[in-house]
Write a protein of this length. Structure first.
Ligand SMILES: [Zn+2]
Length: 471
């Protein structure tokens, strides 16, 4: 069976055929985090979806080159660094490190390359120079450089591949300088932003004067540098379709680096957005969660990943704390099943049971249909548990089931129960309990123990002192 993906370009499910003539190498780019704050759970839905796509491609035998940029120069970052009187790199380093910690906690495979925009300025300038030379970019009186949609269209380019635009309403020559704007405000967009007083020390020299890159050009420059002018897959959240991805296509194809007839990107995949407790996430509604917030409530990255992977990536999904409890219960059923299987299998080995594996593969190959895939898995677990209870499962059957699960898990990345992966906040609580005990404040130490217990953690005494263990 071939792998199929919904391509936003054609708005249909297409069979995946890599550009590589030998059919092996695949280039995959996913827009990375803007490191202005801790990433929220909606951001991570996109990264878990990209991780699933990559794992599925690797399962099918493709040699995937996965690139994810780090946006570390952008309007919001500059504003926050200024407000906190911090140098840009010092400000972003903290959030970048936190991002990769969270990424790992969610069992996401590290991309092969993670270029930072601030370190790719020469390539960004070279790309803008190409656009200038081809007459599709111009320097405005304010010293900024803009992309001309009219010139691009006049030269045979097509602006509006991913979204339908009403060109009648667009006024040629109008400009939009901010990185984020709505379809109705589509106009010439900034490639290079002239240095402004509020940018502080964040500027670089360029042929057009001092300034900094716009957000959209960063991704065109970094993706083409790492993967070449044409590559297979570009992923991101649906909120990036316009203007970010539309602008990426215009800039990359406008520079004319592709071979004749080759697009910048063959397949565009977009993940749907996330609702939390039935509403759009917002700090004022109290339904805004970073991964850290959820870990502090006692959930694990594995439970969060599982919940995010229960819904198809193109469906909007309602993420709830109750859903996380359900994820914990479901993982408990899987762990129990695997534990029993290991007990029965002992040292036996066997090839994967295709009765379990084949329907799973068929489901994920079909545009990553994980909901159907989980349906198959749980339909397998229930009767098998019953048979094991009755002592009717032989070691070779248990071993072949475990072999099938290993293959399945290489795609889902659920992994084993992370018993000792303790969130930092909980370790601080454990330390506070030790301090209370030393001070003979047993009331407080018992209260902390109960709080940890309520979060699903038990205190275990070891020769090296106490540590936390999942209950
Ligand atoms: Zn991007």
């Amino acid at each position: 069976m071939a792998l199929k993906f919904f391509n936003t370009l054609s708005r249909s499910v297409e069979e995946f055929a890599p550009r590589d003539a030998r059919g092996k190498r695949v280039g995959l780019y996913c827009c990375g985090p803007t490191v202005h704050d801790f990433a929220h759970i909606g951001n991570f839905r996109t990264f878990v979806f990209a991780d699933l796509a990559r794992r599925c491609l690797e399962f099918k035998g493709y040699a995937v080159r996965h690139v994810m940029n780090i946006t570390d120069v952008e309007d919001k970052i500059i504003r926050r660094a200024r407000e906190t009187k911090t140098a840009l790199r010092d400000y972003t380093a903290k959030f970048e490190a936190a991002f990769f910690e969270d990424f790992q906690a969610l069992h996401c495979l590290r991309p092969h390359e993670t270029p930072r925009a601030s370190e790719q300025i020469a390539d960004i300038i070279a790309l803008i120079e190409k656009l200038m030379a081809r007459g599709v970019a111009y320097r405005a009186p304010d010293g900024s450089v803009y992309f001309s949609i009219e010139k691009y269209q006049g030269g045979g380019g097509h602006y509006g591949r991913l979204v339908k635009l009403n060109f009648e309403e667009m006024r040629p020559g109008e400009r939009v300088s901010s990185d984020e704007y709505a379809k109705e405000a589509a106009a010439d967009f900034a490639l290079w932003k002239a240095r402004a007083p509020e940018d502080g020390a964040v500027f670089w020299p360029s042929p057009w004067g001092e300034g900094r890159p716009g957000w959209h050009i960063e991704c065109s420059a970094m993706s083409m540098k790492c993967l070449g002018p044409s590559f297979d897959l570009h992923l991101g959240g649906e909120d990036l379709i316009f203007p970010h991805h539309e602008d990426e296509i215009a800039q990359s194809e406008g520079a004319g680096a592709q071979a004749a007839g080759e697009p910048f990107v063959k397949y565009w995949l977009h993940g749907a957005h996330l609702l939390v407790e039935g509403k759009k996430m917002s700090k004022s509604l109290g339904n805004y969660f970073t991964l850290r917030d959820l870990l502090a409530k006692g959930f694990t990255g594995r439970e969060v990943r599982y919940l995010l992977l229960t819904a198809h990536y193109r469906e909007s999904f309602n993420f709830t704390l109750e859903g996380l409890q359900g994820a914990r219960a479901a993982l408990g059923r899987i762990d129990e099943w695997l534990g029993k299987l290991r007990g029965v299998a002992g040292v036996a080995t066997s090839p994967p049971d295709m009765g379990l594996l084949a329907p799973f593969v068929e489901a994920v190959e079909n545009d990553l249909n994980v909901s159907t895939a989980w349906g198959h898995i749980f339909a397998w677990i229930r009767p098998m548990n019953k048979l094991m209870e009755e002592g009717k499962v032989r070691p070779d059957l248990a071993a072949s089931t475990l072999a099938a699960w290993d293959k399945i898990d290489s795609v889902l990345g659920i992994g084993a129960r992370d018993e000792f992966n303790v969130p930092e906040e909980l370790n601080s609580l454990l330390e506070a309990r030790q301090a209370a005990r030393r001070a003979k404040d047993f009331k407080r130490s018992d209260a902390i123990r109960d709080e940890l217990k309520a979060k699903g953690w038990a205190i275990e005494d070891t020769p090296k002192g106490p540590r936390l263990k999942r209950m």
